[in-house]
Design a protein around this ligand. Structure first.
Ligand code: DGP
Length: 114
């Protein structure tokens, strides 16, 4: 079964896509937790971080570069931002298509609740 993100990448589900190239797609999170909350995903369906291999080095690097560019576009590069990739149950992963959250636009507080 394709995930929601696979459908968004293929244009089969609506989303506010802010960047797309041959390797990655970025779109705004449907439940934003900060003024900027963008998800950056590989176009290829990789379920979790446990599934990445050396063959994915290029796409994972492209996700980082897209995050940097999008942070600048959003005007949050200097104020700062956070990048998060959740994995499996303890990581709080809900959609099983690897994705990086780009969060910023306000102070984000401590990294984790104590
Ligand atoms: P995670 O917990 O890391 O798996 O985060 C999944 C995120 O995906 C969560 O912040 C909400 C977002 N999300 C779920 N469904 C949709 C959708 O249909 N569209 C968009 N734009 N975001 C979604």
């Amino acid at each position: 079964m394709p995930t929601i993100f696979a459908k968004i990448i293929r244009g089969e589900m609506p989303a506010d896509i802010v960047y797309q190239d041959n390797l990655v797609t970025a779109f705004r999170d449907i439940q934003p937790m900060a003024p900027t909350h963008i998800l950056i995903v590989p176009n290829e369906s990789i379920p979790t971080m446990n599934d990445i291999t050396e063959a994915d080095e290029r796409v994972m690097g492209r996700m980082m570069l897209a995050a940097k560019e999008l942070a600048a576009q959003e005007g949050i590069a200097e104020s700062g931002y956070r990048l998060i990739i959740n994995c499996n149950a303890h990581g709080g992963q809900e959609v099983f298509h690897v994705h990086m959250h780009l969060l910023g636009g306000r102070p984000l507080g401590p990294m984790l609740l104590r």
